[in-house]
Design a protein around this ligand. Structure first.
Ligand code: HEM
Length: 562
């Protein structure tokens, strides 16, 4: 159980991110069916006439299927959330399972689960004929229950207001981001320009309504939960809302360009819609990253509640004032944990007793840290910067035409080996803790995950670039894993007791994560856009991702922990 409590924090963020994603796709799909797929069906091409696969039915039944399976995924993720929280509650406050299920979060969760199960039944049972009123009623019940698991539920003042605003926010997320998979399905099923325009224009209007819901509620919640500039940059809550606003602006730019393309379809129905689809794919990808940022956001206290331990602007300026990078490392033995273990071993030897273990991963305690541990970590980040800057420069040179620079992904393999050895000095191969034991430590687990991610995307990208591996899907591995790495970095936290130090580190990680997400989706666009149809956008995408990688390297070079 200690391990569960230790990983609870990280696990609950991941599960909550999946819950928000599946909720948005279930509600977004249901609304897409009721507001677009069914009402527009008679005008989206007729069975047999130039469209053997019967576009009108395919879109509605496909939409019902997407929303139905999303409702099933919501059922599972919400059940996992209840089980996880109940297990931790039973262990920490000694309650029975039945008693734990009477807690507010569990009751709201059970209502969400029941609503999700009923939605899945209606959507997968009736498909395109799913009855509108019950479907919308279940969606409202699900959304209302979801707001009862947010920060608003715990507020004493303006609680009703905030619950409504939270609901509006999640509704906006569902209409816009949650509806995109059904929009992509519809674009894949219709055949002529007029139908594209019909689907594009209706979904643009729905997305605009979603954007308006998100913006009004987002600003309201920011005013009520953050309340000041210092709350914005000086707390983890504020910084994560900042990351969301950054990604929101990226989405607005993409959505705006798609709106213009749909308008162009009015005057020229032959306009290619390839860019519309590609931008919608990227919007969905960035939307998923926002969902995980929202999940991470709701796992920390609102900024207004954190009046102590805020980081001041002065501290941020001081920590980010450039200094010469640390290119020499302290010895492994002087690090806090090896030093403590050596001391315990010596004491035990003196008493002829069995040596005590200095730190047990997953036992709910933080490992000791001293100034050398900070120096060790800074050294790691600065050398990682050298690798990443080399990758960015070589990728730019390759883009500029230097052929041998196409081997740049191999530099990432060097980075992976470096991080494998050095990112967690207390565990194998440098430290005492065994490889499998160390996986009980969430931070080590996340570092190992990042190393594996780097190895996989480096191998695939090198094969694509240097050995002309032509598989389209192989070329998509690097952008997808790059974007996934950036998204996971948004949920990454360091096991450090000091709240201020944790935030000062997060202030470096957040722009790194955003640059990783931007690099991944820019490379995705470069691969999937047709350069003849969209030469300018294709060119821009091709330069954006290596510049983002270079930016990550420069950020790492300025990384400091003290
Ligand atoms: C596409 C853009 C966005 C999406 C998809 C989105 C989605 C979400 C979701 C699903 C949640 C609820 C998480 C939960 O409690 O379960 C949330 C929370 C939040 N969002 Fe957004 N959001 C977006 C943009 C924004 C923007 C632009 C702002 C600020 C102006 C914002 C401010 C907030 C705040 C303050 C919360 C925290 C609520 C709480 O702690 O209970 N969001 N967001």
């Amino acid at each position: 159980m200690d391990l569960l409590i230790d990983v609870f924090g990280y696990l609950s963020i991941i599960i909550h991110g999946l819950t928000i994603l599946s909720q948005s796709m279930a509600l977004g799909g249901a609304l897409f069916l009721v507001l677009l797929a069914r009402p527009l069906a008679p005008r989206l091409g007729h069975p047999g006439v130039g469209n053997p696969r019967g576009g009108q039915i395919e879109i509605a039944s496909g939409t019902a299927r997407i929303a139905g399976y999303a409702a099933l995924a919501l059922l599972l993720s919400e059940a996992a959330t209840i089980a996880l929280q109940a297990a931790v509650l039973m262990d920490t406050v000694d309650l029975s399972f039945r008693e734990a299920l009477t807690a507010d979060f569990a009751v709201a969760g059970l209502v969400k689960t029941a609503a999700a199960a009923s939605m899945a039944l209606v959507l997968l049972g009736w498909r395109e004929r799913a009855p509108t009123v019950p479907l919308l009623a279940l969606s409202v019940i699900e959304l209302a229950a979801a707001t009862l698991t947010t920060h608003a539920a715990a507020r004493l003042d303006s609680r009703g207001w905030l619950l409504a605003v939270e609901g509006l926010h999640q509704l906006g997320a569902a209409i816009w981001i949650g509806g995109i998979p059904c929009f992509l399905l519809a674009l894949a099923r219709v055949r002529d320009g007029a139908a594209f325009r019909l689907v594009g224009a209706r979904f643009s209007r729905m997305s605009m309504a979603g954007v308006a819901c998100i913006l009004v509620s987002g600003i309201t919640m920011s005013l009520l939960y953050i309340g000041s500039w210092q709350g914005f940059y000086g707390t983890a809550f504020g910084v994560m809302v900042g990351a969301k606003i950054g990604m929101f602006l990226m989405l607005l730019a993409l959505g705006g360009m798609n709106f213009l393309l749909v308008e162009r379809l009015r005057s020229d129905p032959t306009t290619s819609i390839n860019r519309l689809r590609r931008f919608a794919e990227v919007e969905f990808g960035i939307g998923i990253a926002i969902f995980f940022a929202a999940a991470s956001l709701t796992s920390v206290p609102p900024a207004v509640d954190l009046t102590q331990d805020r980081v001041s602007w002065q501290e941020i300026v001081e920590r980010n004032t450039p200094e010469w990078p640390r290119m020499s490392s302290p010895d492994h033995d002087v690090l806090a944990l090896p030093a403590l273990q050596a001391k315990l071993d010596a004491e035990a030897a003196a008493k002829k007793a069995a040596p005590q273990v200095a730190f047990i991963p997953g036992a709910g305690e933080l490992p000791p840290r001293n100034a050398d541990d900070i120096a060790w970590s800074e050294y790691n980040h600065h050398w990682a910067a050298v690798f990443v800057i080399a990758v960015g420069l070589l990728a730019l040179l390759n883009r500029a035409g230097l052929r041998w620079a196409r081997h740049w992904p191999l530099v990432f393999l060097g980075l992976a080996v470096f991080l494998f050895f050095r990112s967690d000095p207390e565990v194998w191969p440098m430290g005492e803790e065994g490889f499998f034991d160390s996986l009980r430590d969430v931070e080590v687990l996340q570092h190992r995950f990042f190393v594996l991610l780097i190895v996989v995307f480096a191998f695939f990208e090198w094969r694509v670039r240097a050995t002309n591996w032509t598989g389209r899907s192989a070329a998509l591995v690097f952008p997808l894993l790059c974007a996934a790495g950036g998204t996971m970095l948004l949920t990454h936290s360091h096991a450090i007791a000091n709240v201020k130090d944790q935030l000062l580190i997060e202030l470096t990680h957040t722009p790194l994560a955003l640059a990783g997400i931007a690099a991944g989706w820019a490379r995705w666009l470069e691969i999937k856009l047709n350069p003849r149809e969209n030469p300018v956008v294709w060119q821009i995408a091709g330069w954006v991702w290596p510049v983002c990688i270079l930016f990550c390297g420069l950020l790492l070079l300025g990384y400091r922990e003290a």
